[in-house]
Design a protein around this ligand. Structure first.
Ligand code: ATP
Ligand code: LTN
Length: 328
């Protein structure tokens, strides 16, 4: 069985873009892969965090993993900082990565905005991500398209170390969502749906109440030509709504368009409200049951133990290849 690894940052507002773009495939993959899903709290502190909120968000994301259907009997669910080898390997990989490579990363450029007093962690963020992946001899990394550059860097570092020190790492492959899985902001369909956007109606969070779902969709930006056509360039707003509709219903956009008898965009929006509310209802129900349960803590502690059992020998292999410590 191939091994899968992926991570999500413990921040609030996990939205339908995160779900349809990344999290949904976590559930599908666990049927025929050995899956490891991480809550990457060490990545979260690359920007300032409130310690109390961070702790809550770690549990929020863990509960969401389980609420959408990640099954701790099939998959490992754990918190990154509970396995100290992530930070340890991160350092070793930093010593095998160039500052030029890191300063060219699009995400770094966007988040630092050219400002030199941003934290070093923002620059080395992709190296820690490479460590996450390589620490588990990962074959497949399911992520959204925006992570492509980071996966390429991970592969480059793995190949570089393998060439220099002999075969140390498995070179992983990214598993990217179809272009269609890029969910755009409801109020600005030229920008991706994002956790950090100021307008809460730009996104639908997985735990949004039905009334909020309705409000956000009904006020989504469309266009004025009134045509029902999938055309992300000319009609980004309508195409985004159709895309979300298709992703939640499992019906292709072509079939949705062929079967509709909408009189205006309002009718499309009303149907989408119902489809979205129906898709999120079981997730919200599961979440409420799990979030404050003792089972959640047990799952995470057990996950950390199982993750350590894989990470520890890989880290020892790295120490041996690099000549660190005293050996065995
Ligand atoms: P922010 O935009 O505030 O930096 P984010 O919403 O992009 O945050 P991340 O934690 O960076 O959230 O992403 C988690 C996962 O969801 C990643 O695999 C990412 O590729 C995917 N993802 C994020 N936004 C979208 C989107 N709008 N459509 C599809 N996938 C997305
Ligand atoms: N950078 C990713 C989160 C992340 C990740 C990982 C994803 C950290 N480590 C390892 C896959 C594998 C993000 O922002 N979505």
């Amino acid at each position: 069985m191939k091994r899968v690894f992926s991570g999500v940052q413990p921040t609030g507002n996990i939205h339908i873009g995160n779900y349809l773009g990344a999290l949904k495939q976590f559930v599908e993959l666990q049927e025929d892969h050995e899956c490891i899903y991480c809550i990457v709290d060490e990545h979260a502190i690359t920007v300032p965090q409130d310690p109390k909120e961070l702790r809550e968000h770690i549990l929020d994301v863990a509960a969401l993993y389980m609420a959408i259907g990640v099954d701790p009997k099939k998959s490992i669910i754990f918190v990154q900082s509970q396995v100290s080898q992530h930070a340890e390997l991160g350092w070793v990989l930093c010593c095998n990565c160039y500052t030029g490579e890191l300063s060219r990363m699009t995400q770094f450029k966007a988040k630092s905005g050219g400002n030199e007093s941003v934290g070093t962690g923002l620059l080395t963020y992709p190296v820690l991500m490479a460590a996450d992946i390589l620490l588990y001899d990962t074959d497949v990394v399911p992520v959204g398209n925006d992570q492509k550059q980071h996966i390429e860097l991970t592969r480059d570092i793995a190949i570089r170390v393998n060439n220099k020190y002999g075969k140390t790492f498995v070179v992983p492959e990214g598993r990217f969502m179809k272009e269609g899985a890029r969910i755009m902001a409801l109020d600005d369909p030229e920008a991706k749906m994002s956790k950090s956007a100021e307008n809460i109606h730009s996104r639908i969070s997985l735990l949004d109440e039905d009334s909020k779902i309705k409000k956000s969709i009904m006020r989504a930006t469309t266009d004025s030509d009134g045509e029902f056509r999938f055309d992300p360039v000319q009609k980004p707003g309508v195409s985004n709504l159709l895309n979300i509709y298709s992703a939640f219903s499992g019906v292709s956009v072509d079939e949705i368009l062929a079967g509709q008898n909408w009189r205006g965009y309002g009718d499309l929006k009303k149907e989408l409200v119902a489809v979205t509310q129906e898709a999120l209802a079981p997730i919200k129900k599961n979440y409420e049951e799990i979030r404050h349960s003792e089972e959640l803590i047990r799952v995470l502690n057990d996950g950390a133990e199982r993750a350590t059992a894989i990470a520890q020998p890989v880290m020892q292999r790295v120490r041996d290849k690099f000549g660190l410590g005293l050996g065995r």
